[in-house]
Design a protein around this ligand. Structure first.
Ligand SMILES: NC(=O)c1ccc[n+]([C@@H]2O[C@H](COP(=O)([O-])OP(=O)(O)OC[C@H]3O[C@@H](n4cnc5c(N)ncnc54)[C@H](O)[C@@H]3O)[C@@H](O)[C@H]2O)c1
Ligand SMILES: O=P(O)(O)OC[C@H](O)CO
Length: 353
């Protein structure tokens, strides 16, 4: 299906623009947005935003991808069949990031790279609105992406975007819901609504908790894949899914002041999507390790398996709140080389409260 056909080229309204950004009293247009990361999520988000903004610049580190976007309006590595909107241009990341004039910059690289990318950008990212879509937890600092970005840029204008949002489906313009995690500054929320106006949005003022939902759901998606590699009946699958969600919510209850987080897109929706749908890399990793199709270590594959990188951190973070996460520990144990998945799964069943 040609996703471009569903959205006529966005016309920048210069008079009564609904997309005006009202920061610090000034009326700004979404004339220019930066996206760091030319992988699947960076490209997808750029395509979505380009339907609502004047220009979108993708900053990539691979010359062939930058060239493919600029000469052929395609990201040949990630979406060879998708024609990118012509107002998307790509730039090679160099010593400086030329993000001057961008109303917002979206950070869409794997979580393990976020600190080095924003550190390298230094002052270039100090006065834009920064939005992270990366779902991970730094180890051993146990910091979320927004905490890392704030550390490195000193910029307080931070938000995150998280929900049941497979990149390819975003790129082709299919309906999706997402949670914006941001403080309660109404102008920041308004900017997010403008940028992500294609999505059904809900909001949380607990940015960290929204980010942790994205971390947790990846871990439990791996776990569900492992479980499903052993048990294949529907009752079994949904029983485990329920056990995972309960464990995730126990942790969130302890750390979040957002009492409604459990019903938001970043929590229920993203957990279900990632744990249930084989398109998920995290679920697929669990299935493949469980079925012994791949052995650990598998990280050399270059595939972005976020849950495997953050599982140790999430267990330690829960420990600091005196919370035990037996399913997360099971995931960590199997990923660390315990390849008797059936025995570990059976232990989980026996220990279930
Ligand atoms: N793909 C999805 O469906 C999806 C959806 C929501 C959120 N996310 C999150 O977005 C983040 C990125 O995932 P993705 O799916 O785009 O991964 P990806 O593997 O498709 O792409 C990652 C991109 O980042 C680039 N990159 C890596 N290190 C870099 C560096 N140091 N400097 C510049 N570029 C660098 C790679 O070259 C690659 O192009 C992850 O945290 C993921 O959880 C992904
Ligand atoms: O493919 P996954 O498992 O990295 O999941 C992608 C997104 O996070 C889904 O919202």
């Amino acid at each position: 299906m040609d996703g471009n056909r569903r959205y006529p080229r966005f016309k920048v309204c210069r008079k009564h623009c609904r997309c005006s950004l009202r920061r610090t009293g000034a009326i700004l247009m979404i004339s220019k947005v930066g996206v760091i990361g030319a992988g699947s999520m960076g490209t997808a988000v750029a395509q979505s935003i380009s339907r609502r903004a004047g220009e979108v610049f993708i900053f990539g580190r691979k010359k062939e991808i930058v060239d493919s976007i600029n000469t052929d309006n395609r990201n040949a590595n990630y979406f060879p069949g998708l024609r990118l909107n012509p107002n998307i241009r790509a730039r090679l990341m160099g010593d400086r990031l030329d993000v001057a004039g961008c109303a917002a910059v979206v950070i869409a690289v794997p979580s393990s790279e976020v600190r080095s990318v924003v550190k390298a950008a230094g002052d270039d990212l100090s006065d834009q609105i920064l939005v992270t879509v990366s779902k991970g937890l730094e180890y051993p600092s146990l910091k979320t992406m927004s905490e890392i970005i704030r550390d490195e840029t000193g910029n307080p204008d931070m938000a995150c975007f998280s929900g049941p949002t497979f990149a390819d489906e975003i790129a082709y313009g299919h309906i999706a819901g997402a949670t914006i995690g941001a403080g309660d500054d109404p102008s920041l929320r308004a900017t997010m609504s403008d940028l992500f106006g294609e999505f059904i949005l809900d909001f949380s003022d607990d940015l960290r908790a929204v980010e942790l939902c994205g971390v947790l759901k990846n871990v439990y998606a791996i776990g569900t894949g492992m479980w499903d590699s052993v048990y294949s009946n529907h009752n079994e699958h949904y029983t485990f899914l329920n056990m995972c969600y309960k464990e995730m919510c126990t942790f969130l209850k302890a750390i979040s002041h957002d009492k409604d987080i459990f019903t938001k897109f970043c929590c229920f929706g993203d957990f279900n999507l990632t744990a249930n749908v084989d398109k998920s890399r995290n679920r697929t990793l669990g299935l493949m390790v469980g079925k012994k199709i791949v052995k650990t270590p598998y990280l050399e594959s270059g595939v972005t398996f976020e849950g495997s990188r953050s599982v140790k951190g999430i267990i330690e973070l829960a420990d600091t709140h005196d919370i035990d996460l037996p399913i997360a520990r099971f995931v960590y144990d199997v990923l660390s080389g315990n390849n008797n998945v059936r025995a570990s799964v059976d232990t989980l069943v026996r220990k279930a409260p």
